[in-house]
Design a protein around this ligand. Structure first.
Ligand code: ZN
Length: 360
C-alpha cells in the first residue's frame, strides 16, 4: 500500500515542483549576460521602479522589467482599457477592454500571470503635485510612460528636486525619442525643452502610432534602466544623449545631454513651478476628445450612482469604474470621484455634465 501511494504521489510532486520556477532558472539567460551576472540580478530583485502611465510605452516598459526580475514595480495610471488600445498596449487583452478595467489593475494581473515572484503595486490615480510625493516615494527610478508634457515636467521637477533619476520616453507616428535624466550630472528635461513644444501638436490620434515605435523606445529605455539599477548613476555605459529615431524614414539623431544648460529653470535655478502646481483645474487627454475632472474627494457609491443615472442613459459598472453614456458624451467615473468625459474638449461642458449627474 505504502509503496503504491509513494509511486502515485511521486510523479504528482514532481509536476508540482516543475511549475515552480526557481529564480536561478528563470533568469539564467540574463545572468549569463556579462553586464548583469549574479550580482546584477540580485540588485534588480532589490530594485523599486515607478512606471508613470501604463499605455503603450508603459505596458512595454513594465512587461520588459517585470520579466527581467525588477523586484518592485509601482504602476501609476489614471485611465482604463479601451479596444483602440489593443493594437499597441501589450499588457492588455480583449476582456480587459470589455470590462473597461483600469490599466494599472489590468497590468498587475497580467504581470502576475508571467512573473508572480515580483511585487507589482497598481495605483489607479492621476499623478498631480498633490500626490506625487506619496506616489513616487521610496523608489529608485522613475520611468515615463505618460502621453503629455505637463506630467513629464512635473516628474522632472520632482526628480531634480529630490535627486532621483528618471527616463523620458515618447513615441508618436513612427517616431521615438528618449533621454536619461540623472540630476546633478546630466541635463534635465527643462534644459532640453524649456517650454512644452507648442508647435508639436502631433498626438496619437492625429498622427497615429506604430506599435514598433513604442517597442523601440521602450526597449532602449528599459535597457538604460537595467544599466542604472545594476551599475548606479556612474555606470559607464549609460547613454548621455537625447536619442530620436524615425522607424519609417530611418532618420535618427543624437544630441548630447552630458551637461546641464546654464540658467535652466529646473536644475539651475531650482524653480519648481510644476511641482508647486500652478493651476491645473482640468486636463484634456492626449488627443482623445476627452476632459478629465479632477474631483477626488467625493467617494462614489457605484450601486447608488448606477440607479441614479439609469433614467438618463445607459450605465454599467464594476468594482473599479462606472461608465455612463449620455449622447453624445461618455462619462467614466472612478470611486474617488474623478471622471473622464469623452466627446468634448470643452472643460465647461464637461464640468456641467459632471455637476448635473454626479454633483457640483
Ligand atoms: Zn535642467
Amino acid at each position: 500500500m505504502t509503496s503504491l501511494a509513494q509511486e502515485t504521489q511521486e510523479p504528482l510532486r514532481q509536476v508540482g515542483l516543475s511549475t515552480e520556477v526557481s529564480d536561478r532558472e528563470r533568469y539564467s539567460r540574463q545572468i549569463l549576460f556579462r553586464g548583469i551576472g549574479e550580482q546584477g540580478q540580485q540588485k534588480l530583485a532589490a530594485a523599486r521602479v515607478a512606471i508613470v502611465g501604463c499605455g503603450a510605452t508603459g505596458s512595454a516598459l513594465a512587461g520588459l522589467l517585470a520579466r527581467a526580475g525588477v523586484g518592485t514595480l509601482r504602476i501609476v495610471d489614471r485611465d482604463y482599457v479601451e479596444p483602440s488600445n489593443l493594437q499597441r498596449q501589450s499588457l492588455f487583452d480583449e476582456s480587459d477592454a470589455a470590462e473597461s478595467l483600469p490599466k494599472a489593475i489590468a497590468a498587475a494581473r497580467k504581470i502576475s500571470a508571467f512573473n508572480s515572484r515580483i511585487v507589482v503595486e497598481p495605483k489607479v490615480d492621476d499623478l498631480v503635485p498633490d500626490n506625487i510625493e506619496t506616489l513616487l516615494e521610496g523608489l529608485d527610478l522613475i520611468l515615463d510612460g505618460t502621453d503629455n508634457f505637463e506630467t513629464r515636467y512635473l516628474i522632472n521637477d520632482y526628480a531634480v528636486a529630490r535627486s532621483r533619476s528618471w527616463i523620458y520616453s515618447a513615441a508618436v507616428g513612427s517616431y521615438a525619442v528618449t533621454m536619461n535624466v540623472l540630476p546633478g550630472q546630466t541635463a534635465c528635461l527643462a534644459c532640453v525643452f524649456p517650454d512644452s513644444p507648442r508647435g508639436m501638436v502631433e498626438t496619437c490620434e492625429t498622427s497615429g502610432i506604430l506599435n514598433s515605435a513604442v517597442n523601440l523606445v521602450a526597449s532602449i529605455a528599459a535597457t538604460e534602466a537595467l544599466k542604472l539599477l545594476v551599475g548606479g548613476v556612474q555606470a559607464p555605459d549609460l547613454r548621455q544623449t537625447l536619442l530620436s529615431f524615425d522607424l519609417w524614414t530611418n532618420e535618427h539623431a543624437e544630441v548630447s545631454t552630458a551637461k546641464p544648460r546654464p540658467g535652466c529653470r529646473a536644475c539651475g535655478e531650482r524653480d519648481f513651478i510644476h511641482l508647486a502646481g500652478k493651476g491645473r483645474p482640468h486636463i484634456t487627454l492626449c488627443g482623445r476628445n476627452s476632459v478629465q475632472i479632477h474631483e477626488r474627494h467625493r467617494p462614489i457609491d457605484f450601486e447608488e450612482m448606477d440607479r441614479r443615472l439609469r433614467p438618463h442613459g445607459s450605465v454599467r459598472h464594476n468594482d473599479f469604474v462606472l461608465k455612463f453614456w449620455h449622447e453624445p458624451y461618455e462619462m467614466t467615473l472612478f470611486p474617488d470621484g474623478r471622471a473622464i468625459i469623452k466627446g468634448t474638449t470643452d472643460a465647461a461642458i464637461a464640468r456641467s455634465l459632471y455637476a448635473r449627474y454626479v454633483g457640483s
